[in-house]
Ligand binder design. Structure first.
Ligand code: GLC
Length: 544
């Protein structure tokens, strides 16, 4: 297996407008992000994923685009983007960007042309119906906020499809002109140096979208193959990372051995990981790992705890979801879209440092590529006074300074209020303070990142579950080029002790643990773990 960079990457997602404001107008920008690359470098990030930064009316955090070939002026110019890319490359960091081509903003000139003239070449870029489709009120992505997936446009005198908000009209991806344009957009950003794309809403992108097609005349997955082929020709080593909340049975077709998607976010694992945290047992996570397809070739799962959206628990059973809600977000104000929680991790775990460190150790120890959401490294909280998913998108908390050091604008002019109250307010949770404090979450996560980067067995190797005879413990073993590593995580609040015995391994040398005292143990000796304890062990047995 070659040393594919993304399999040992540490990905960090940034929303430019919320990260750092250099211009002083109250909105984060590319110059600010470039200034703060020091922080990401210190943390050990190897790949930055940028949320959409294109011109947009910003009614869905930039996922409603009006121009795919530019930078929203609020964040700077295309020149500032290139400067940022240069600064990132200087530090050895790659950049991937969101590619949102399932839909455009209804303000996009394409949609404006399409709606106002039935004969416009852009008419067929979208999905229309003369009559109101029967399924108009089924399959909404944002139930409770969105009541239909088809809306009537008076100018067009027709209904248009929108799987998301009504201001996000779905593109007709069966139209060859649309497909050509998608490739052109990719080519543009690849030429500016990006290392790939986080592909938004893939299951919807490849849906046949109610188009009337002859059976067998159109293979939806072919779009993914085309995109991957094109990308590989334009830039060696570029990757596609799919946002696809799919059942495992669909995964092989999405990966196609890495010839379509290089990586897929593992929503299934994410949800069962949270169920495990809620229950204090590793069983749901272990069961999910057992059923998880192993992508071959170029494919790899991407793991995450939280992201810029709600924590979607829609794939758990109703009873399991209720259990997770009760443990992690009992208040109705924390719940959203009948399936998820609009919370960040630290408040969900009540700021409990041992549970937080366990969760992050797990993120870096699970087979796959870890992805962090900005602010997780310091344990930022959410602001439930903000609408929908905005709750988890408050500005980065740099220091106990006015506006948390995010901006020198007047507080009233900030893009969004800084989280200023309570345990997670910027006075208590910020980068400057955690850099100084030895036991801080930031220091722990930095150490985890460094250990993960020097443990390629996890990202590149083969893995297996180790049975230690307990439900509350998850033990995983990885091997790569003859070297082996074992990680052990205790999900319960109680200390546990058990003999560690793995075929072919004589001695376990500690690499990293929740406490420093751990000494090497020999085959069959007892491993003692604290409640919510974890350890990573290098195995010194005979090489295979
Ligand atoms: C994806 C994004 C989400 C956005 C939606 C519509 O799910 O993660 O933030 O609202 O697509 O583009």
């Amino acid at each position: 297996m070659p040393n594919l960079w993304y399999k040992n990457a540490i990905v960090y997602c940034v929303d430019v407008e919320k990260f750092m404001d250099a211009s002083g107008d109250g909105t984060g920008d590319f110059a600010g992000l470039a200034d703060r690359l020091d922080h990401l470098e210190r943390l050990g990030v190897t790949c930055i994923w940028l949320n959409p930064f294109f011109p947009s009316p910003n009614r869905d955090n930039g996922y409603d685009i009006t121009d795919y070939y530019g930078v929203d002026p609020r964040y700077g110019t295309l020149g500032d983007f290139v400067e940022f890319m240069h600064a990132a490359r200087d530090r050895g960091m790659r950049v991937i960007i969101d590619l949102v081509v399932n839909h455009t903003s209804t303000d996009h000139p394409w949609f404006q042309a399409a709606r106002s003239d039935e004969n416009s070449p852009f008419r067929d870029w979208y999905v229309w119906s003369k009559e109101k489709p029967e399924n108009a009120h089924e399959g909404m992505v944002f139930p409770g906020v969105q009541d239909s997936i088809w809306s009537y446009d008076r100018t067009a005198k027709a209904w248009y499809l929108h799987r998301f908000y009504d201001h996000q009209a779905d593109l007709n991806t069966a139209n060859p002109a649309v497909r050509e344009e998608i490739l052109k957009i990719m080519g543009f950003w690849l030429a500016l140096g990006v290392s790939g794309f986080r592909l938004d809403a893939v299951p919807f992108l490849i849906d046949t979208k109610g188009m009337k097609l002859e059976p067998g005349s159109f293979d939806p997955y072919s779009l993914l193959t085309e995109m991957h082929d094109f990308m590989a020709w334009r830039r060696a080593g570029a990757v596609l990372l799919a946002e696809a909340n799919i059942p495992y049975s669909d995964a092989p077709a999405y990966f196609d051995g890495g010839d379509r998607m290089n990586m897929i976010f593992d929503f299934m694992l994410n949800q069962h990981l949270f169920l495990s945290l809620a229950r204090g047992t590793a069983a749901p996570l272990r069961h999910t790992l057992q059923n998880r397809p192993r992508p071959d070739g170029l494919g790899q799962w991407a793991n995450f705890l939280r992201n810029h959206d709600e924590l979607d628990l829609g794939r758990l059973s109703i009873a399991e979801r209720e259990e997770a809600f009760a443990a992690l977000g009992p208040d109705a104000s924390m719940q959203i879209y009948e399936r998820g929680l609009r919370r960040r991790l630290a408040p969900m775990l009540e700021g409990d440092m041992s549970r937080l460190k366990l969760a992050y150790s797990l993120l870096f120890a699970l087979p796959g590529t870890p992805v962090l959401w900005y602010g997780e490294e310091i344990g930022m909280g959410e602001n439930l006074a903000l609408p929908e998913r905005e709750a988890v998108r408050t500005p980065m908390q740099w220091a106990d300074e006015p506006n948390a050091g995010f901006s020198r604008a007047a507080t009233a002019n900030l893009i969004q209020p800084i989280l200023a109250d309570g345990d997670f307010g910027y006075q208590n949770v910020n980068v400057a303070q955690q850099v100084r404090e030895p036991g801080s979450l930031l220091r722990s996560i930095t150490r985890l990142v460094q250990t993960r980067r020097s443990t390629p067995e996890i990202g590149w190797g083969e893995w297996e579950l180790v049975d230690v005879g307990r439900d509350d413990v998850l033990a995983l073993s990885y091997s790569w080029r003859g070297a082996r590593v074992v990680t052990v995580h205790n999900f319960s609040p109680e200390p546990v002790s058990f003999p560690l015995e793995i075929d072919g391994i004589d001695r376990f040398e500690p690499l990293l643990a929740d406490h420093d005292a751990q000494s090497a143990i020999l085959r069959g000796e007892t491993l003692d773990m604290a409640g919510f304890g974890f350890c990573w062990l290098r195995c010194d047995g005979p090489r295979k």
